[in-house]
Design a binder for this molecule. Structure first.
Ligand code: FES
Length: 95
């Protein structure tokens, strides 16, 4: 086991869960979870923060009906009902 400090200043967890059984999920068709994750990664890269802020795909965060959801570690901020067009603003708030 190799224990070390967290290698990123912040990590954003973006729910990209998909369900095929009709229940809501952040990355179901038309909800945007996958696109949101991709766009946020692009915005972080454009801002030159790729080495400091990690954007990670996440499984279900348990607020499915309110999604798409993402949260920021270690800041403890949470966003629900995000849209792809929100990603530039969220990326600005992360820096
Ligand atoms: S599917 Fe995203 S919070 Fe549950």
């Amino acid at each position: 086991m190799d224990r070390k400090a967290v290698p990123f200043r912040k990590t954003v967890f973006v729910c990209t869960n998909i369900r095929a059984d009709g229940r809501p999920a952040c990355a179901n068709p038309g909800r945007g979870g996958d696109e949101i994750c991709r766009l946020l990664k692009e915005e972080i890269k454009k801002a030159g923060l790729k080495d400091q802020i990690r954007v990670a795909r996440s499984g279900c965060l348990d607020l499915c009906a309110q999604g798409p959801n993402l949260f920021l570690y270690p800041d403890g901020q949470w966003w629900s009902g995000v849209k792809p067009s929100d990603m530039p603003e969220i990326a600005r708030r992360l820096s």
